[in-house]
Design a protein around this ligand. Structure first.
Ligand code: SF4
Ligand code: SF4
Length: 134
């Protein structure tokens, strides 16, 4: 959850700040889809050196899976994606509510859902107040 994470992976967060806005973060009493009070939009975390471990440790799927093609860059897809066991969770930016339903995203989400189903998983999309299970 930062725009300036260590470059131990080949991909970096760059100017993305989606995970400082889309998820709810109990540690900061932050609701979903609201900016963390420590985030400076387009710049990053103002408490970077002291950010909590939950921010230090989090990497979205874009950061951990080099096989994801360029359109899955959260800055382009407007989606923050992470795996929880067999479940794939998608937090879609409510400012772009139709993007996750469009191609190539929809087909890929359905493909992931089909694959996850074999191990009891699924894809779940949160977009604003709406939740969709694929
Ligand atoms: S959503 Fe991914 S790319 Fe964007 S800031 Fe979070 S970890 Fe980095
Ligand atoms: S503390 Fe920093 S890295 Fe963590 S959510 Fe807030 S702005 Fe993002």
């Amino acid at each position: 959850m930062s725009t300036i994470m260590e470059n131990t992976e080949s991909r970096t967060c760059g100017t993305c700040t989606l995970c400082c806005r889309l998820p709810d973060i109990d540690h900061f009493d932050k609701p979903a889809n609201a900016w963390c009070s420590h985030c400076v939009e387009g710049q990053g975390c103002s408490i970077y050196a002291e950010r909590p471990s939950l921010c230090r440790d989090f990497l979205c799927l874009w950061r951990t899976d080099d096989s994801l093609p360029p359109e899955w860059d959260p800055k382009i897809s407007k989606m923050m994606i992470y795996e929880q066991g067999p479940q794939i969770t998608v937090l879609a930016d409510p400012d772009h509510p139709e993007l996750w339903r469009s191609e190539p995203y929809r087909s890929q989400l359905e493909s992931w859902a089909t694959k996850a189903e074999s191990s009891g998983g699924y894809v779940i999309v949160f977009c604003g107040e709406e939740v969709f299970k694929i």
